[in-house]
Design a protein. Structure first.
Length: 191
């Protein structure tokens, strides 16, 4: 079985990456590196399509990248964005703010060895580090991931509340036919 083709930063070559900002571990000095990113209009347009939102008028990220151990990186940062969405209740356009904290450790991938007893499952006490593929991380892909995770999947305009239609008849609710059948059987049973 052949391995899937990988791009320069280690991700599958077929995945669309609308915002790419590769950073090699070798480019990070011992004292660390601070990077501020602001997505331009073209990148925001592509990201809005990938994130399935109406618009993305603002997107920025700030990262502090430090060496971690012998071969790893520790990335701490903040993502901030304004996302244009459609209210799920009123169907009006609204804007929501996304603010996500980022704190990840990247380590080179290790080849996992099969254990003698494959049925045992080991639960790590801490989160596993993210894979550092070919010594490179992609800060744009990282920002994209945290943006998508931070988007409200059920946007609602402030003050909007769903109110079901008012129907006082028994015919209006979904189980009206079942209720009528039950009433009829009770009457037939009493006769």
């Amino acid at each position: 079985m052949s391995r899937p083709k990988r791009d320069a930063i280690g991700g599958p070559a077929t995945i669309e990456r609308p915002w790419r900002v590769p950073l090699a571990q070798s480019a990070v000095p011992v004292c660390g590196l601070h990077i501020d990113l602001t997505a331009d209009e073209q990148v925001r347009s592509r990201l809005a399509r990938v994130a399935a939102v109406e618009s993305l008028p603002r997107l920025s990220a700030s990262f502090d990248v430090m060496l971690h151990g012998r071969n790893g990186l520790h990335v701490v940062g903040q993502l901030s964005a304004t996302v244009g969405q459609i209210c799920g209740i009123t169907l009006e356009p609204i804007e929501n703010e996304v603010d996500e904290a980022i704190d990840l450790v990247f380590q080179p991938q290790l080849i996992e060895r099969a254990t003698e007893n494959a049925s045992e499952v080991e639960i790590p006490l801490e989160d596993e580090p993210e894979p550092l593929v070919n010594g490179v991380i992609d800060l744009g892909a990282l920002a994209t991931e945290f943006l998508i995770l931070g988007i409200d999947p059920y946007p609602r305009k402030p003050g909007a509340a769903f109110e079901p239609p008012q129907d006082s008849s028994d015919q209006g609710h979904p189980f009206a036919a079942l209720a009528a059948l039950t009433k009829r059987r009770r009457r037939e049973g009493e006769s």
